[in-house]
Ligand binder design. Structure first.
Ligand SMILES: *[C@@H]1O[C@H](CO)[C@@H](O)[C@H](O)[C@H]1NC(C)=O
Length: 495
């Protein structure tokens, strides 16, 4: 009886030991289930928590209609029938993998000019706070050729009515992806005001080192963030990863500040300026024994005709076995001649026909005589124009202080349609942008990663792979067997 109790208690211990194991197995299942639970009810439209100048999550169609203005302008300098900004914009959910209730602004049409813009809640002045611009782009059809950048529209007498938004509308910053063929770009262009004469010039940021091709083809949402600071430094991130950092004063072409000195455009190279570094020595004379007529190659004078050379045997002979065909007509075909074959007599001989010695390089060969080169006594060096002070010189130490911005817009042309924009934020606080992304882009990213993981776990499930359960099965078999063995041993002892 004693042995039975022991067996029972052993089984109880076994079950206790197993329970964490089975809990782990259940937890794994939970992980899979939460994906479906989290979506769609967990998403609420993101709201900026802190100071901001513009925020648009595109989830409220009424607010969108109130705040955004379709361009009624025409593009200048092109044919009338394609000049209109007649691209179609729609507020709708993404085609794939959206969060429930999350809508975006979608450019529905392709090969059309499209422009839409919205007034900022608050004008941004480039003073002592950084500018942070952040938005999402989802190229639902990939991108063949076209842009998905935005423009931060400058405060200007011409930008009061957004219905006139077009390609020449003054902006302060243009930022975002653009691609055509194999040219993948992430634009960051700012318009710099020349302090001397008030004209504007576009300054283009140099390319990131890394090629950014994936966002143009993976059909997944990507988050673009630009931060420009009052100390003229800037930072561009894609999906929170910094892809480019630098300074407005150093990483742009043309450079913000022109050079202090330039070549004098009026200085001309004098006609008699001697730029020839070396000349043939005028004092050199051709040596008397220099024979310019000696040939480059001569027959080898030391060569002798090999033994057994057959001077009078030709290389080829008429085939003695050939016969004139029956249908040969001498009148029509001319006289018949046997075809030539290699002369069999030559096969064993050193050679046949007229022997001539092989050619060798002529040791007497000199070629045309040329005087050796010597330094030109009249050499004046390479001519360079004189340097003068640049009349257009200025030094702007704070290009960050751009023209204030009062609106944001998309002015695009694309060969691929269904470009979805979402969660556009303009603020002076990077932490507000990070929190806004956490409530929007990061959720989408998490959902995509989880569904990728779920696909993987479904594969494992279909293979019946459950590490927790396998451990459980193993122990359930192992425990009774070892208990039984132990029980038998006890019985043998007791008897
Ligand atoms: C202003 O200065 C720039 C740079 O020197 C020059 O290229 C441009 O032609 C000038 N524009 C006017 C209107 O003077």
């Amino acid at each position: 009886m004693m042995g039975r109790y022991r067996l029972l208690s052993l089984l109880v211990i076994g079950v206790v030991l197993l329970s964490p194991c089975s809990q782990a197995a259940e937890k794994e299942d939970d992980g899979e289930v939460t994906v479906e639970v989290e979506d769609p009810s967990d998403y609420t439209s993101p709201q900026p928590n802190g100071h901001y100048h513009f925020a648009e999550n595109f989830d409220d169609i009424q607010a969108f209609k109130k705040n955004w203005v379709l361009s009624e302008a025409k593009k200048e300098g092109i044919d009338e029938d394609i000049a209109k900004y007649d691209g179609v914009w729609e507020i709708e959910p993404p085609v794939r993998d959206g969060l429930g209730g999350d809508l975006g602004l979608v450019l529905k049409s392709k090969a059309k000019h499209a422009a839409i813009s919205s007034r900022l809640k608050k004008t941004f002045h480039f003073h002592d706070k950084p500018l942070v611009v952040q938005y999402e782009v989802l190229l639902q059809e990939g991108q063949e050729c076209g842009g998905s950048y935005l423009k931060l529209i400058a405060v200007d007498s011409t930008t009061n009515d957004l219905r006139n938004f077009h390609d020449k509308t003054p902006y302060s910053i243009m930022f975002g992806p653009d691609k055509c063929g194999n040219d993948h770009k992430l634009h960051f262009i700012f318009r710099h005001k020349n302090p001397k004469n008030g004209t504007f010039e576009e300054k283009h940021c140099s390319k990131p080192k890394e090629r950014l091709e994936e966002p143009f083809k993976d059909k997944q949402p990507h988050l673009y963030t630009l931060i420009i600071r009052p100390d003229n430094t800037f930072q561009i991130s894609v999906d929170h990863k910094i892809v480019k950092e630098g300074s407005l004063l150093e990483d742009f072409t043309p450079a913000v500040n022109p050079p202090a000195e330039i070549d004098d455009p009026n200085d001309k190279k004098p006609a008699d300026w001697d730029e020839t570094e070396k000349i043939p020595d005028p004092d050199a004379r051709k040596p008397a024994d220099w024979d310019e007529t000696a040939p480059a190659q001569i027959p080898d004078p030391t060569a002798t005709k090999p033994e057994g050379w057959l001077d009078h045997e030709p290389d080829m002979i008429p085939d003695p076995n050939a016969e004139k065909p029956d249908d040969w007509d001498n009148e029509m075909d001319g006289d018949w001649e046997a075809p030539l074959i290699p002369n069999p007599a030559c096969e064993k001989a050193a050679g046949c026909g007229k022997w001539s010695p092989p050619l060798i390089n002529n040791p007497e060969y000199k070629g045309k005589w040329r005087a050796p080169l010597v330094p030109n006594p009249n050499y004046q060096g390479r001519w360079k124009p004189r340097r003068i002070a640049n009349p257009d010189f200025f030094e702007d130490k704070s290009p960050f202080r751009m023209t204030s911005i009062s609106a944001v817009g998309f002015e695009l042309w694309s060969m691929s349609n269904m470009i979805l924009f979402d969660n556009l934020l303009i603020t002076d606080d990077p932490s507000v942008a990070a929190a806004y992304a956490a409530d929007s882009f990061d959720l989408k990213r998490k959902k995509l990663d989880q569904s990728a993981k779920t696909v993987w776990s479904r594969v494992m499930k279909s293979m019946n792979y459950k590490p927790g359960w396998w451990a459980l099965y193993f122990l359930y078999i192992l425990v009774p067997i070892s208990a039984y063995v132990w029980y038998l041993c006890r019985q043998v002892k007791e008897v």
